[in-house]
Design a binder for this molecule. Structure first.
Ligand code: NAD
Ligand code: UDX
Length: 477
């Protein structure tokens, strides 16, 4: 049923690249072409050195090595590949609007609209258009109308919603074994045929019972709701982490005890210095905006609190660092361990580390940052894009925000080290050596609860951990 099928995907980013590589691997008789307007990105996907792929994901290089040039291609020829395709995925970015109506909340779907216009203009055969990007509810209707208004005579399109649930850092495993694949389509004969065609592609490696089919609007909304529920769990446990720090309760113990109830479940209850990533904040803001637009202010206020709690957690962590270090970090060196928004990715979008950096830079600290995968230009660009920190408005940024080649180098001469990202390698740092190289008292701020705190205290560190009392004598405030 799918032999000889031609698939194109517009958008060669964190989702388009890995998702299409896995489809190509699991469906060797399907030809997959991944497209982007960014020549640089496509060149990186075509780079012979697999270390230079634009997305770092464990296992991805092997999938690309097996498929690239066989039935997986990366190209900037959007028009040519779309014209030839039977199925066109649209996996472009849908960032929060930065201007006009819905500024700071609504998702901007202009890239999707542009793709729909291109598809209509260049197509002379029938196609299935798959909305892979995360979008506001009813976007499929926008795409359908743009296609209808611009299509060539005799050309038919079916629009499907097929949101992606992969998480960065585990993208390849998530794609190999998705908890579910969600396909929304129109309840009409053409819509049902299109749903069956896309389901057949996934069914090459995903069991039929894991492929959920719904109407278009349920599918679009489910993606926003899934992210809102996940983020809500983090904000919930983070709110409790503050209570733990004041009372002598330990947030890991509370999470374990609470998560053991099978109705609650153990996952996504790790307290942290705040969630980051390109999705949670954007998608909740999108949900909040939609609720407001549909006249539901109570619903909007409810979900907005998830973001408010996250903002507070990031600020609380940064303020806690300053107050612990005698209310001033001016001129002090602080080693930041990790900058990515989570481990096993080089992605820094919305990382809590950028927020903490901004806060500490305003306090005139000298930051020395080590991340196994993130390089200085990406850090500086995120500091600018999300936090507005630039060489113009931050005095001596080049000397006060320095990237280091190792954790020990970052710790040299530092007053404190702070864990921003839960990279596995941080557990095996030589902390005796770090302590010896640091000024005393030497502070540790564990924003991820990943270090051996008893060992660190035995070495001589002053240790502060999210969700744990600083000393056993902590009392209710
Ligand atoms: P990304 O920014 O990494 O990639 C998007 C790509 O689309 C960019 O390379 C950009 O150049 C390209 N693009 C934009 N407009 C284009 C156009 N008109 N023609 C050709 N190319 C164009 O974004 P991403 O992280 O892959 O996210 C894509 C979508 O998937 C978003 O809607 C996001 O919310 C959603 N999503 C992301 C994740 C994730 O973990 N990153 C997970 C699930 C869903
Ligand atoms: C998320 C969703 O998980 C995924 O399904 C969706 O497709 C895209 O958005 P992602 O943002 O890549 O994926 O990573 P995720 O593992 O969800 O982590 C998001 C943030 O929450 C990270 O900063 C992470 O460190 C943080 N987090 C996660 C916690 O602080 N505690 C947890 O228990 C889990």
């Amino acid at each position: 049923k799918i032999d000889g099928l031609k698939v194109a995907c517009i958008g060669a980013g964190y989702v388009g690249g890995p998702t299409m590589a896995v489809i190509a691997m699991k469906c060797p008789t399907v030809t997959v072409t991944v497209l982007d307007i960014s020549e640089e990105r496509i060149a990186a996907w075509n780079d012979e050195d697999l270390d230079n792929l634009p997305v770092y994901e464990p296992g991805l290089a092997a999938v690309v090595a097996e498929t690239r040039g066989r039935n997986l291609f990366f190209s900037t020829d959007v028009e040519g590949a779309v014209a030839a395709a039977d199925i066109v995925f649209v996996s472009v970015n849908t960032p929060t609007k930065l201007h006009g109506v819905g500024k700071g909340r609504a998702a901007d779907v202009k890239n999707l609209e542009a793709c729909a216009r291109t598809i209509a203009r260049v197509s002379s055969s029938n196609k299935i258009i798959v909305e892979k990007s995360t979008v506001p509810i009813k976007t499929a209707e926008t795409i359908r109308r743009v296609l209808e208004a611009n299509k060539r005579p005799g050309c038919e399109f079916s629009v499907l919603s097929n949101p992606e649930f992969l998480a960065e850092g585990t993208a390849v495993d998530d794609l190999f074994e998705p908890s579910r694949v969600l396909i929304g389509g129109e309840d009409k004969p053409a819509g049902r045929t299109a749903v069956a065609q896309l389901a057949a592609v996934y069914n090459n490696w995903v069991a039929r019972e894991r492929i959920i089919t719904t109407n278009l609007w349920s599918s679009e909304l489910s993606k926003l709701v899934a992210n809102a529920f996940l983020a809500q769990r983090i904000s919930s446990i983070n709110s409790i982490s503050a209570l733990c720090e004041r009372t002598g309760a330990d947030v890991s113990e509370v999470a374990r005890a609470v998560g053991s109830d099978h109705r609650i479940g153990p996952n996504f209850l790790k307290a942290s210095l705040g969630f980051g990533g390109s999705c949670f904040q954007k998608d909740i803001l999108n949900l909040v905006y939609l609720a407001e637009r549909f006249g539901l202010p109570e619903v909007a206020a409810y979900w907005e609190q998830v973001i408010a709690m996250n903002e507070w957690q990031k600020r609380r962590f940064a303020e806690g660092m300053v107050s612990s270090m005698f209310n001033s970090v001016s001129g002090k060196r602080i080693a930041l361990l990790g900058f990515a928004f989570k481990k096993d990715t080089a992605d820094v979008r919305e990382t809590a580390a950028a927020y903490v950096s901004k806060f500490l830079l305003e306090e005139r600290a000298h930051l020395r940052v080590y991340d196994p995968k993130v390089r200085l230009p990406a850090m500086l660009s995120e500091l600018d894009y999300t936090c507005g920190v630039t060489p113009e408005n931050c005095p001596d940024l080049a000397t006060r925000f320095v990237s280091c080649a190792s954790a020990l180098e970052a710790c040299d001469g530092a007053d404190a080290l702070a864990v921003m990202t839960e990279w596995d390698e941080f557990a095996s740092i030589d902390f005796e050596a770090a302590f010896a190289a640091m000024r005393k008292p030497a502070f540790v701020f564990d924003g991820r609860n990943v270090l051996d705190h008893a060992k660190l205290r035995a070495i001589g560190f002053q240790v502060y951990v999210i969700g744990k009392p600083t000393s056993p004598s902590a009392t209710v405030m």
